[in-house]
Design a protein around this ligand. Sequence first.
Ligand SMILES: O=C(O)c1ccccc1NCC(=O)[C@H](O)[C@H](O)COP(=O)(O)O
Length: 200
Amino acid sequence: MYVKICGLTEPGHVAAAVEAGADAVGFVMTRSPRQIAPERAAELAALVPGHVLTVGVFRGEDPGTVRAAALTSGVRAVQLHGRHPHGDFTALKDLGAVLIRAVDAEADLRCGAYDEDLLLVDAPHAGSGLPWDWAAIRGRPSGHWLLAGGLTPANVTEAIAAAEPWGVDVSSGVEASPGVKDPALIKAFVKAVRDARPAS
Ligand SMILES: O=C(O)c1ccccc1NCC(=O)[C@H](O)[C@H](O)COP(=O)(O)O
């Protein structure tokens, strides 16, 4: 099961995510309590070993703005939240980055429908930390997709069993306070995911 830890802002927290065994780490470069500048994301991304995917997170920005931030930060993946048109993904293809389409459960849940490489199915308000009815989408998303929204070390086992995702993503659930990650919670989250078995 793939694990992404999102909303990292500090070198120590990036190190904690890598050490815990995360597959991907996210840097939010859009309005958020976790927002960092592309230049700061570049400093953090430089600390991440090659086997861990660095992801730049955006919401509603035009492709030109996303492209500039992705190039400055050097992230290897771009995550677009909201109802971006197909053309926004097409316009970013030549970046060579992994493209992640992040949507709520009401959207088209076929991974690849917008030429994206990965789908992320999230709560209606990204980064809110609010759980939602994960079981309601069981069997609907296709392809490689990540479940997000209100996950914590305590509930991620249940969420995986309910929705049967390919991977999971967390931000608030591994924080001591909004925007401040807790290394112990990061470690506990990754361990819980590694120990979890999707329901058969
Ligand atoms: O984290 C944010 O504040 C954020 C703001 C705007 C767009 C996206 C954002 N986060 C993206 C993520 O991938 C989060 O990890 C995901 O929404 C889950 O968040 P949470 O419910 O806090 O675990």
